[in-house]
Ligand binder design. Structure first.
Ligand code: FAD
Length: 338
């Protein structure tokens, strides 16, 4: 099949903020061969590209100049299933939640804590998605990608991906350069429920050991109660990362604000709860134009209807300045801003 170039494409429905923007040119890729053909194309090969999955971790502040490459690579299969574990492989364009549901239907637990995260499988390694005590890196086996400058297909392991907290090489050296085509995950054997995270621990306290399906159901229920549904109120999930600071800084802040919420990390540093700091700055529920900080979850910025990307970024910057002013801590944005 020839590459079909689309012109002047509305991106409003292709980003979960629901921000209006138009792509001068967009191409959909359905397998690695099409990605290689795109790289080899005399006209399109050399032009800058914006890789687009489900648009759920993206804020468009303008019409992108780059060629938008919409990843629609499908396929789900079990590669191996033995005493050591089970390896499943998914195409980059598969919806992440569809993969989670599919594994459970196959009787393959291990992804249930990551239920209901919007977006595609191919974007999951980019920010090392995580929720309820599990992150992608905990289940990662390897991925296939096409280098958008050379067209070469590569298989990358966990060391090359350099996963961190909502971070990976795909946000640094490989940003915009590697198009992920397939992801392989290793599901643990024997399986045990991961329910140490506070919300889940409370839910299952004192009861029998929950099944993977019960953990999945609980995660879905908690998420639906906590997070605004992008189909109703445009958003990209958490807009800010929880800042990580050293012990000295954490203790200085603690002295002035004894009620601040923080979590010790293995390396001796501390993760501060950005939501608590934003709330303490009086921003929870506050609107600026048609953008607002969600009233239920202070990490989430929402489009109240018709907000532009510029309005949302103005609100994000106001939040960042307030937190910097009060706590001396710099908040980092989680979504990719274009
Ligand atoms: C309501 C809501 C809740 C959320 N909850 C969570 C959560 O609990 N945990 C969490 O970690 N995230 C969460 N997110 C953020 C988001 O869902 C994830 O980051 C998701 O992985 C983004 O997938 P996407 O396909 O929409 O990526 P996009 O938004 O389309 O792209 C994000 C970035 O990845 C790049 N990219 C996309 N596909 C590929 C590919 N195939 N190859 C290379 N680069 C690619 C893009 O260029 C862009 O830089 C939430 C978002 C929403 C709206």
């Amino acid at each position: 099949m020839d590459l079909q170039l689309e012109h002047d494409v509305a991106l409003d429905a292709l980003n979960t903020f629901g921000v209006a923007a138009r792509a001068p040119r967009l191409v959909r890729v359905h397998d690695a061969r099409e990605v290689r053909r795109l790289v080899d194309d005399a006209q399109l090969g050399a032009c800058p590209k914006l890789i687009l999955g489900g648009g759920s971790n993206l804020l468009l502040t303008r019409d992108p100049d780059a060629l938008v490459v919409k990843v629609e690579i499908g396929g789900l299969r079990v590669l191996r299933d033995d005493a050591d574990g089970c390896i499943v492989e998914a195409g980059a364009g598969v919806r992440w939640h569809e993969l989670v549901e599919w594994t459970l239907r196959q009787g393959l637990p291990g992804l249930e804590n990551l239920a209901l995260i919007p977006g595609t499988v191919g974007a999951a390694p980019v920010q090392n998605i995580g929720a309820y005590g599990v992150e992608l890196a905990d289940r990662f086996e390897s991925l296939d990608a096409v280098d958008l400058t050379t067209g070469r297909e590569v298989t990358l392991d966990v060391a090359t991906c350099r996963f961190g907290y909502r971070d990976s090489q795909f946000k640094h050296a490989l940003a915009g350069r590697s198009l992920i085509t397939r992801v392989r995950l290793r599901l643990p054997r024997p399986w045990a429920p991961q329910i140490a995270y506070a919300d889940l621990a409370r839910r299952f306290a004192g009861g029998a050991t929950p099944s993977a399906q019960q953990v999945f159901d609980a995660v879905c229920e908690i998420r639906r109660a906590k997070l605004p549904d992008p189909a109703v109120l445009g958003n990209a999930g958490s807009f800010f990362k929880n800042p990580v600071v050293n012990r000295t800084i954490r203790n200085e802040i603690l002295e002035e604000y004894p009620e601040i919420v923080s979590y010790p990390l293995a390396d001796g540093s501390y993760k501060l709860a950005a939501a608590w700091m934003i709330d303490a700055c009086g921003f929870k529920g506050r609107a600026l134009g048609r953008a607002a900080v969600d009233a239920r979850h202070a990490l989430v910025l929402v489009n109240l209807g018709g907000a532009s990307g510029a309005e949302i970024i103005a609100l994000a910057q106001a939040v960042r300045a307030a937190v910097r002013g009060k706590f001396g801590v710099e908040l980092e944005f989680e979504p990719v801003v274009v």
